[in-house]
Ligand binder design. Structure first.
Ligand SMILES: CC(C)=CCC/C(C)=C(\C)COP(=O)(O)OP(=O)(O)O
Ligand SMILES: [Mg+2]
Length: 390
């Protein structure tokens, strides 16, 4: 059964409401809208996008606990918080992971998944999700992506940098079918069915393809291939014990990035940013800036957890400390500045871009929503998974 989640009234939802033009807001399976030049809607979209940060805090004051947030971090506010909706999504995801995927073979699977709280992540990051099923599809991808990380990259479930590239190529083939003669194809099919992370990604992709157009599904595959390129870069650093320079780390982190989660915003919202608009250099730049900001935010919130491990700590403050000779506290402050510069650059670019095209305005607001939602999700896990100080 599906139902439309409630979305609080604020700057971003006014933006979405103002964009409900029949030519631009269609079901994800509908035809691609033809885009015109700048419109009156576009101009108001740009104003509303800029206003998301300034106005929405006032209209949704109950979201976010300053005590759990990193001081000095500038980020758009989350636009809604609906624990009951998050729980419903979690329930579906746990049922899927336990009964369809058999995701983790240890006894604590349910607790592990609930502690990770993927339902709250997608509820917060996609306040304009068009139906409950769209949120579930986003949640399955999130769980699958983390399963690949757990099983193939991290040590907890046998992951390691050794041989990582070969395993990630097969992981990509779980969402991007390989084509070969039938005799070999049977072995490939069997391999996909035998590994929990591969089963998860394949099933999640099936669900996603029900809410996405072929171009949106292909966008996702491309972003995940880049994610795996980034996992390989991290694996190489861990394997050789080499701390990259700051610029090189930022290059690697642009691939090893939350980007695949952000760029499904239109699919989850039930509309499509056309491929030729998505491909524009400034749209790519805005998307990268948003993805980089929200990924560096993860570095800040997860620093303490990551410093507690034995392996090389792949994290911006660590890299800054190594390059600049700072102590970790100074490096943490500098990494906050990097995050804030990325957010500012995203917003400075997004506002004029939004004025050019109402569908693009909605997509950019969706990226902004993801930044705010992801910040709230991370700070909500402070005390369990994350911390506010190094
Ligand atoms: C969900 C997804 C697409 C993740 C890809 C990128 C990624 C693994 C992160 C941005 C988070 O990195 P990290 O491994 O540091 O995660 P935790 O800090 O352990 O949550
Ligand atoms: Mg981290």
């Amino acid at each position: 059964m599906s139902s439309s989640p409630s979305v609080p009234e604020n700057a971003a939802t006014r933006l979405f409401t103002s964009l409900k033009h029949p030519d631009v807001v269609r079901s994800a399976r509908g035809s691609v809208p033809v885009l015109g030049g700048p419109t009156g809607l576009g101009t108001s979209a740009a104003r509303a996008l800029t206003a998301v940060r300034e106005e929405a805090v006032g209209s949704v004051p109950e979201i976010g606990d300053p005590e759990r947030q990193i001081k000095g971090l500038r980020c758009p506010p989350a636009l809604r918080d609906d624990r009951a909706l998050a729980d419903r999504v979690n329930e579906r995801l746990v049922d899927w992971a336990e009964n369809e995927i058999d995701l983790y073979d240890d006894a604590g699977m349910r607790e592990k998944l609930l502690a990770f709280d993927p339902g709250r992540s997608v509820m917060l990051c996609h306040p304009d999700a068009v139906t409950f099923e769209h949120l579930v599809a986003a949640g399955m991808l999130l769980v699958g992506e983390n399963a690949v990380d757990d099983y193939f990259c991290e040590e907890e479930y046998g992951g390691s940098p050794d041989g990582l590239g070969a395993r990630l190529a097969v992981a990509q083939a779980a969402i991007d079918p390989a084509h070969m003669p039938p005799g070999y194809a049977r072995q490939y099919e069997q391999a996909l069915g035998e590994h929990p992370a591969l089963r998860a990604m394949r099933s999640a992709m099936d669900h996603f393809e029900r809410i996405a157009t072929p171009a949106q599904a292909q966008r996702y595959r491309h972003d995940v291939a880049n994610l795996y390129l980034g996992y390989n870069a991290e694996g190489a650093c861990v394997q050789t014990g080499r701390v990259p320079s700051v610029w090189e780390y930022l290059v690697q982190r642009q691939f090893n990035n939350f980007r695949p989660c952000l760029t499904i915003t239109d699919s989850v919202g039930g509309y499509e940013l056309p491929a030729h608009v998505y491909a524009l250099p400034d749209v790519q730049k805005a998307t990268a800036l948003a993805g980089n900001a929200t990924t560096i935010l993860n570095d800040l919130y997860s620093l303490r957890k990551e410093m507690a491990t034995e392996r090389l700590h792949y994290n911006l403050p660590i890299v800054i400390a190594d390059e600049e000779g700072y102590d970790i506290h100074m490096a943490f402050q500098k990494a906050i500045d990097v995050h804030n510069e990325l957010v500012d650059a995203f917003e400075a670019l997004a506002a004029p871009l939004a004025a050019t095209d109402p569908v693009l305005a909605r997509y950019l607001a969706g990226l902004s929503n993801w930044l705010g939602g992801n910040h709230e999700w991370h700070s909500g896990l402070v005390g369990t998974r994350y911390a506010v100080e190094p």
